[in-house]
Design a protein around this ligand. Sequence first.
Ligand code: ADP
Length: 298
Amino acid sequence: YSHIPVILLTAKTNIQSKIEGMELGADAYIEKPFSVEYLHACASNLIQNREKLRQALEQARAADRAKSYFLATVSHELRTPLNAVIGFSELLQGADVEPQEQQEYLGSINFAGNALLNLINDVLDLSRLEADQVELDCRPVDVKRLVREIVGVFKQKAVEKNLSLQMTYTNLPPTLYLDDLRIKQILLNLTGNALKFTHDGGVTVSAVFRLAEEAGQGTLIFSITDTGIGILPEKISQIFEPFVQDSGVRGHRIYEGSGLGLAISKRLVEKMGGKLSAESTPGKGSTFTVRLENVKYQ
Ligand code: ADP
C-alpha cells in the first residue's frame, strides 16, 4: 500500500506516541478532537505530494532510459566506421595489393575517420549543451555577410544537384549582436539538410529583422525553405530528438549524416533564448524557422 498515505487518528497526545506512530510509517498524526475538514485537507495534501513525487520519479526514469538509449546508439554508430578503419587497414597489410586498390582503401579509411571525428564532435557538443556548459560569445555581426558565406559554402553542391540556391534579406541593420560561430553552425545544418533532402527546385535562405518596441532591439528570423521531400506530420516533432533520421530506420540510410544536427541546433537556438521550428508538406517541401527575440543592433 505504499501509494496510500497513512494518517494516524488518536486520542494519545504525548510526544512519545507521536514519535512511535511516525516511526511506524505514518505520514501524518491527528489528535482528538477530530475535524473532518482538517482530515480531508491533510489527506488531499498527502495525495497531491505523492502524485508529484511519482511524476518526478517517472521523469527521472525516462531521462535515464533516454541516456542509456543514447549511449547504446552512440556506441553502435561508432562501431560502423571503426570496423571500416580496421577492415581496410588489414586489407592494406595484405601481400599483393595493387596501387590503385591501396588508394581506394586509404580513401575509405580517411572517409570513415572523418565520419568518426564528426560524430564525436557532435556528441560532445550535444552533451555540453545538455549539461549547460556552452557559453555564448556575442559580438557585432554583419548578418548579410554571414548568410552570403553560408550560401557560398553550398554553391557547388547546389550546382551539382541542379538546384537553385537563393538568399533574401529584409530590414537587416548593419550589425547585430550574435554569437556568429554558433549562428553559422545552425544555418549550416539547416541549409545542408535542405539541400540534402531536395532533388528538384531549390532552397532559399532568408533573414528578416523586425524592430521591437524597446529601443536598440528587435526580432531576427531566419527561414530556410526547400522544395524537397518534406517530412511526415507524425515525424516532425521527433526530428529534433538525437539520432532520428530519414524514415526512422537506422542502418538503412540513404542520406549521410549523424542524426544529431537538428538536436544540436534546437538546443543552441534555445540557449540563445529563441525557438527553432519546422513546417512541412510531404512531397512539397519544408521550412525551418529560427526566431531570436531581443537581438541588439546598431
Ligand atoms: P542528419 O541530417 O544528420 O540525418 P539532422 O538532425 O540534421 O540529422 O536531421 C534529422 C532528420 O530530419 C533527417 O535525417 C531527416 O529525416 C529530417 N530532415 C531534416 N531536415 C529536413 C529537410 N529539410 N527536409 C526533409 N527532411 C529533413
